[in-house]
Design a protein around this ligand. Structure first.
Ligand SMILES: [Ca+2]
Length: 227
């Protein structure tokens, strides 16, 4: 399975680990855990627990439970209450209440999170990402920011990941394939538009210039949405 190439270095590459785990649906999390067991004969949750620590470990373990709310209905009142909880747990608190942050970022649906972020930013006049940067550090900061970016604009999130994989000398095939395949299930058209905005060329054209053979064929098919 494609995801395994990307997750292989997970123990040593925490950025990859964060990106993969934090951008999954519950179904995606279950699939990754199953594949990990088949490919490595090991338990992903155990490995993550062994490789991480502190509040970051708690958050990753919470993410790996795959218990994000899946109701796609938006509840504005609940979103406003959660925004208030985040304000109390972060900007209004001496120090930071990471438990509240982790609970909201691991459990709320992406639809709900988007509204929470908007309420938070309207109430405080600050970007959620900036607040996260001032309240948390290192891996935990990256993990929270990944969830927030994805909630705010999934198309832009995946387009930037794909672009990053193509940039520079050579191509990070795993990153591109991983992000495009996962994208195709949720917001392909949106990703194509955002990719073009970002790079001034179409995703199809970029794929044709970066890939050859089977990978090129596969990615072009995904790109057309024939799945
Ligand atoms: Ca604080």
């Amino acid at each position: 399975m494609l995801s395994m190439d990307a997750i292989k270095g997970a123990g040593t590459d925490e950025t990859t680990l964060i990106e993969i785990i934090c951008s999954q649906s519950n179904k995606g999390i279950i699939e990754i855990k199953e594949e990990y067991k088949i490919v490595f004969g090991r338990d992903l949750e155990k490995d993550v627990k062994g490789d991480t620590g502190g509040d970051f470990k708690k958050f990753m373990v919470a993410m790996l439970q795959g218990t994000r709310e899946e109701n796609q209905q938006l509840d504005q009142e609940a979103a406003e209450r959660d925004a208030d909880l985040l304000i109390k747990a972060g900007p209004k608190k001496w120090g930071t209440d990471e438990e509240t942050f982790s609970m909201i970022f691991a459990r709320r649906s992406f639809v709900q999170l988007r509204a929470i972020v908007l309420h938070f930013e309207a109430k405080t006049g600050k970007l959620m990402e900036k607040m996260i940067e001032s309240e948390t550090r290192k891996e935990l900061c990256s993990a929270y920011k990944t969830v927030v970016k994805l909630a705010k604009n999934p198309g832009n999130y995946f387009a930037s990941r794909i672009h990053k994989g193509m940039k520079g000398a050579g191509t990070d095939e795993d990153t591109v394939i991983w992000n495009l395949i996962f994208t195709s299930e949720m917001c392909l058209e949106n990703v194509k538009t955002e990719f073009e905005k970002l790079t001034k060329q179409s995703l199809e054209k970029a794929i044709k210039s970066e890939f050859r053979g089977d990978a090129e064929k596969l990615l072009l098919a995904v790109c057309k949405g024939n799945r």
